[in-house]
Design a binder for this molecule. Structure first.
Ligand code: ALA
Length: 443
């Protein structure tokens, strides 16, 4: 059974208190910024600190005890990741990186020698768009007015171009919308393309199954990071096909990537070492494995059920408030607990400041590194904004407020968010708030 209070007690951050305007005593933080970064629970922290205290050593480079232990723990991370996402170890490799951005960039690098264009959906975080633009031709897959993917446009573009890769998010970091990955993978494969999934938001919130390599719904590449899955910062990975990863040029040639070097030549190792130039974040990777193990212990289905319930409650409560619009498709079965909303007449950055100062509610505001998506959801004039930036104006383009739900959030926290959003909707806040210095808003 999912016991949220028992889970909360494992997260030291839930005891953190902050001052609240008008109250004499600090109040516990209400953390709704899991979409940016999650906090490690004590069992993950224990494994992390234990590694730093008792096993800290470099890997693959020495025969002493500590190096043997560290190497073994680092290698085990791959086994844990493959088991968590259902990947086949014979046909695939797991390359450790520092964050999802570098994992996605590595996927673009591995695909760069393949002929064809990359299709990128308009839902994407910049990190699953800009690396592909830099590596060759791309085309964007349109979205519908409810913020979901236009599958018809995807198919038309697969027909119209020679597509090598379809790059899409597993769950949007702006609306939480989860594309039908089975459908996209089948479509992409039917047209000879591969699929790359940015699972940064998805990993810790819903069961992922990359499926066997010969399944038409197989996910070819998948990128994700520990700092959004209850591990500390600095550890991430790219899952991908062994053959392609072995034949691509090394991502960062250097220490740990070579078999033999002469004055004029270098023979490189196979993947993953081939692409893991320099000392990796060994302790971070060990903690990432621990966090996946922690999540499995609770059960991904239980986590999804709990977070879905809270998401439904939050969307219903916020949507009921006059002047508040929740972005994206309202159906909670189509989305994770990523809830972005706008309050009529109040800039997003001010809403976020009020939530923080008057209720210790942690949210994020802005465009969430997904500006083309936000531009469509809010019907912004991108050309006008671009022109004003180019003219040297210091502006804060309109965005949204984002509350993201995680494993330890409760119904009463969601209710407090709804209550405070209502206060803001009625302009009933207590303090004085300002736009960041020199900025004017587009409202
Ligand atoms: N990519 C992270 C987010 O969506 C930082 O907030």
């Amino acid at each position: 059974m999912f016991d949220v209070e028992a889970i909360r007690s494992l997260f030291p951050i839930t005891a953190q208190r902050f001052p609240i305007l008008g109250k004499s005593e600090p109040e516990p933080v209400i953390y709704f910024d899991h979409g940016a970064s999650t906090h490690p629970p004590q069992p993950v922290l224990d494994i992390y600190v234990n590694f730093l205290q008792h096993s800290y050593s470099n890997i693959h480079r020495a025969s002493h005890y500590l190096s043997q232990i560290a190497t073994e723990q680092f290698e085990h991370v791959t086994t844990e990741i493959l088991s968590f996402i259902g990947g086949d170890a014979d046909a695939n490799t797991v390359i450790k990186t520092n964050n999802t951005t570098s994992a996605l960039d590595l996927a673009a690098h591995i695909m760069s020698s393949v002929q064809g264009i990359t299709l990128v959906t308009l839902l994407e975080h910049h990190s699953n768009d800009l690396p592909h633009r830099r590596r060759g031709e791309i085309a964007h897959v349109e979205i519908l007015s409810d913020g979901t993917i236009d599958y018809g446009d995807l198919e038309l573009k697969l027909q119209a171009h020679q597509v090598k890769l379809v790059a899409l998010t597993g769950a949007s970091n702006t609306t939480g919308f989860m594309p039908d990955l089975d459908r996209v993978a089948r479509l992409a494969h039917a047209y000879g393309a591969r699929i790359l999934v940015d699972a940064a938001q998805l990993l810790a919130h819903k069961k992922i199954d990359v499926k066997p390599n010969d399944d038409p719904a197989h996910i070819d590449f998948l990128a994700a990071a520990g700092h959004k899955a209850y591990a500390p910062f600095g550890s991430a990975f790219l899952f991908g096909p062994k053959d392609m990863c072995n034949s691509a040029p090394p991502y960062i040639p250097g220490g740990g990537t070579v078999v033999f070097v002469t004055d004029s030549d270098a023979l490189y190792m196979r993947s993953p070492d081939r692409h893991e130039g320099g000392t990796p974040n060994i302790a971070g990777a060990v903690a990432l494995a621990a966090s996946l193990n922690f999540l499995e212990g609770i059960g991904m289905e239980n986590i999804r059920a709990h977070e879905r319930e809270l998401t439904e409650r939050a969307i219903a409560g916020l949507s009921n408030i006059d002047g508040i619009r929740v972005l994206g498709h309202p159906d909670p079965s189509l989305r994770l607990g990523v809830i972005s909303f706008v309050v009529e007449g109040v800039p997003d950055v001010i809403v976020s400041q009020i939530l923080n100062a008057e209720a210790a509610i942690a949210t994020r505001s802005g465009c969430f590194c997904a500006q083309p998506y936000i531009q469509r959801l809010l019907a912004l004039n991108a050309d006008e904004i671009r022109g004003r930036f180019l003219a040297g104006e210091i502006i804060q383009p309109e965005g949204a407020v984002r509350a993201t739900i995680g494993i330890f959030n409760t119904e009463s926290e969601v209710d407090e968010l709804i209550r405070m959003a209502g206060v803001i909707g009625e302009h009933g806040w207590k303090g004085t708030y300002r736009m960041p210095s020199g900025c004017s808003a587009f409202i």
